[in-house]
Design a protein around this ligand. Structure first.
Ligand code: GLU
Length: 425
């Protein structure tokens, strides 16, 4: 495996950037004459590391590490979320930014790829401290973001309120209200209907199409969801509405199981009020590791990276994996799933519903004309179905996995644009 010789990261075959590089290696044979541009994809265009100091409620001055990486700006402005998590590193943000480039190109959105993050446990901060952190971070990365430069959005542990603070801070600094600088905003501030549930909806739409091709009936299908945040819970709701049974769920609070399926009308309020799935009365508590032993038809990893390793890939009892999270599967595990005939709809298409509705939001902000929720959902469905079909055709044509096919479609778009623009100077 080639580990681009960047001096500032030491990827391994299982770390996020190493996983991404392995995925790039696999696509090279399908790039034809564009392959000479591949190293462009193996290094981010621009990485910004910022110090984010804030005064805590008790008077202490605390410093946090913040990042914004623009992996590619070839096809348009940077686009991608911002995550707040104690494990955030430059290497992780680089991989997440690169996956945004692939995702945006796979769905043919006119964006490059970017991502941001702060190494912080947001649950340990008061609301006031969270606001200060967000505003200072936004000011620090203000030199590279903007409605035409790079447009952040929510990701793990960030939400519409945080986007409102980002939009306000950027607007204050430039002296004009700039709604298009972030997406995933509240509706009062130029947010879009349907954005909150869009990622989960995309997971459902791609899952529905994949199930149809597998001859798997969603009615009665057994579904397990890892991560019951915005993405996992929205996807679970849609599968539930389609008649599937959500038999297992896992989050940072624990793992629950019910062979008959959960009553989501009870589980959702439980998660909202207690902050997690643990303690839900309508299910049994099981050991965290047993989540991977549950027999299912559909497994949805919708938490963090690196969840499906070789050992888990060997024992999974499922037919279809829908990657709601970014980067949940190690490359070696991917091969085992393929050998075992378990179909994987990869993150870079499966969870693209969020950024697709972010694109709708950005367009609506520019035109100051807002669409109905129905229009949004119908357009989202159409775009996701079309993109997946195109990828599936490429997979059939080259006899490759959906992941490599998605990379092939996306990298070809990025590198063709790269070549047409030419190298400056
Ligand atoms: N954070 C989401 C993702 O990983 C959405 C990004 C966006 O809307 O820009 O795709």
């Amino acid at each position: 495996m080639s580990f681009s010789n960047l001096s500032y990261v030491q990827p391994t075959s299982e770390s996020p950037w190493g996983t991404y590089l392995g995925q790039i290696d696999r696509v090279v044979p399908y790039l034809g004459r564009l392959a000479r541009w591949t190293d462009t994809l193996r290094r981010p265009k621009r990485s910004l590391i910022v110090d984010v100091p804030i005064e805590m409620d008790d008077g202490r001055i605390a410093h946090y590490e913040g990042f914004r990486v623009q992996h590619s700006l070839t096809r348009g402005p940077g686009k991608g979320g911002v995550r707040y998590h104690p494990d955030v590193t430059l290497e992780e943000v680089m991989a997440l930014a690169a996956w945004m480039s692939i995702k945006n190109a796979a769905v043919n959105l006119p964006f490059g790829g970017a991502k941001g993050g702060i190494r912080v446990d947001p649950k340990a901060l008061s609301l006031k401290e969270l606001e200060k952190l967000t505003r200072r971070y936004t000011s620090e990365i203000g030199i590279i973001i903007g409605p035409q430069q790079d447009i952040p959005a929510p990701d793990v542990n960030t939400n519409a309120q945080i986007m409102a603070w980002m939009m306000d801070t950027y607007s204050m600094n430039v002296g004009a209200t700039a709604t298009g600088v972030v997406t995933g905003k509240p509706l009062h501030l130029g947010g879009s209907l349907g954005r909150v549930k869009a990622t989960g909806r995309g997971v459902f739409v791609t899952g529905r199409e994949a199930a149809r091709r597998l001859g798997l009936d969603l009615q009665g299908a057994r579904v397990a969801v890892q991560g019951f945040g915005n993405v996992g819970s929205s996807a679970a709701e849609l599968f539930h509405q389609a008649g599937s049974k959500i038999v297992a769920a896992q989050d940072h609070t624990g793992t629950i199981f019910n062979a008959h399926g959960f009553d989501l009308a009870e589980l959702m309020p439980h998660v909202r009020s207690t902050g997690g799935v643990a303690g839900f009365k309508g299910a049994d508590k099981i050991a965290n590791d047993d989540f991977w032993n549950v027999e299912t038809d559909i497994l949805i990893p919708a938490a963090l990276e690196g969840q499906i390793d070789v050992a888990r890939a060997r024992k999974l009892k499922t037919k279809l994996v829908l990657e709601g999270a970014n980067g949940p599967t190690h490359t070696a595990a991917d091969d085992i799933l393929a050998e075992r005939g378990i179909l994987v709809v990869p993150d870079v298409i499966c969870n693209a519903g969020g950024v697709t509705v972010s694109y709708f939001e950005w367009v609506q902000d520019f035109s100051s004309f807002f669409w109905t929720e129905d229009e949004i959902n119908v357009r989202l469905d159409k775009i996701m179905v079309g993109a997946l079909k195109n990828i599936w055709d490429a997979a059939d044509r080259h006899k490759i996995t959906l992941r490599t096919a998605t990379f092939a479609v996306a990298c070809e778009r990025i590198l063709a644009a790269r070549e047409e623009r030419g190298l400056y100077p």
